[in-house]
Design a protein around this ligand. Structure first.
Ligand code: FPP
Length: 243
């Protein structure tokens, strides 16, 4: 199934960009009497399946929420294990990412991470920056409010330097300065794990996004559920505030 062909047949909704809040790793592990990190490890397998599905269906952009600004509130052992998992996954999969023509971008506040992790991210982004296939965005230490505050600071600096006129600031000014600005808007946001909230993800960017919530816990997410979410999306009528 090619998403783009399939989509034209069903209705005129375009599907360029899917974002996912990957929730439920901890509960998945607890159900099996395993430590939470076991669920995160299985979660990585589901990430790889989601990437595979996106490649097979020629999706343009996939954005994954891997670590939120609020996740620092977790026990330190879990935070360290999550960071280690991210480093191991990125190091071992960067070749696969590059060979599959994937362009990787990490969004979020990287300042709080150690220089080794920052170097790995910059190396990976640099290696894949000219790739023309799937655009894969991974949000780590990301928060929608942080993203908006970052834009406000940029705008203030531009005004202070005389490069921007206060009266000329509009929605477009913010859209061009916020994360993912160069990409098509998020069409579909999927959240697993049975919670019905945004958890500070992409607040500005999802003004007209369609949401799909599922009780499936993230480690169980596979191509079948991905397809169900996409099918549901194509049944929606999007009018962006019009009639
Ligand atoms: C939410 O489940 C999941 C996370 C906070 C981490 C997501 C991380 C991964 C899937 C692995 C690393 C990702 C990449 C891109 C390599 P939770 O722990 O909040 O689950 P719970 O709600 O059941 O407690």
């Amino acid at each position: 199934m090619l998403v783009n062909l399939y989509m034209i047949k069903k209705n005129k909704n375009t599907l360029n960009h899917i974002a996912i809040i990957m929730d439920g790793n901890g509960r998945w592990a607890q159900k099996r009497n395993k430590p939470r990190i076991y669920g995160h490890k299985k979660g990585v397998k589901a990430v790889l399946k989601a990437i595979d599905f996106s490649l097979c269906n020629k999706l343009n952009v996939l954005t994954l929420y891997a670590f939120s600004s609020e996740n620092w509130r977790r026990p330190i052992q879990e935070i360290l294990a999550l960071i280690k998992l991210f480093v191991c996954t990125l190091s071992s999969k960067i070749k696969f990412i590059h060979n599959n023509n994937i362009c990787l971008k990490v969004i979020g506040n990287l300042n709080q991470f150690d220089s080794k992790l920052i170097s790995l991210i910059l190396y990976s982004e640099n290696l894949t920056k000219y790739n023309t296939g799937l655009q894969l965005n991974i949000a780590i230490n990301y928060g929608g409010r942080w993203d908006i505050v970052k834009v406000i600071k940029k705008i203030v600096r531009l005004i202070q330097r005389g490069l921007l006129d206060l009266n000329k600031i509009n929605e477009n000014t913010v859209s061009t300065l916020i994360s993912l600005n160069h990409l098509p808007p998020v069409d579909l946001l999927i959240r697993t794990g049975g919670e019905y909230r945004l958890s500070n993800f992409l607040l500005w960017q999802i003004a007209y996004t369609e949401f799909y919530f599922t009780n499936v816990l993230w480690p169980d997410f596979d191509s079948k559920i991905f397809k169900i979410a996409i099918d549901a999306y194509f049944c929606r009528k999007r009018n962006f505030g019009g009639l």
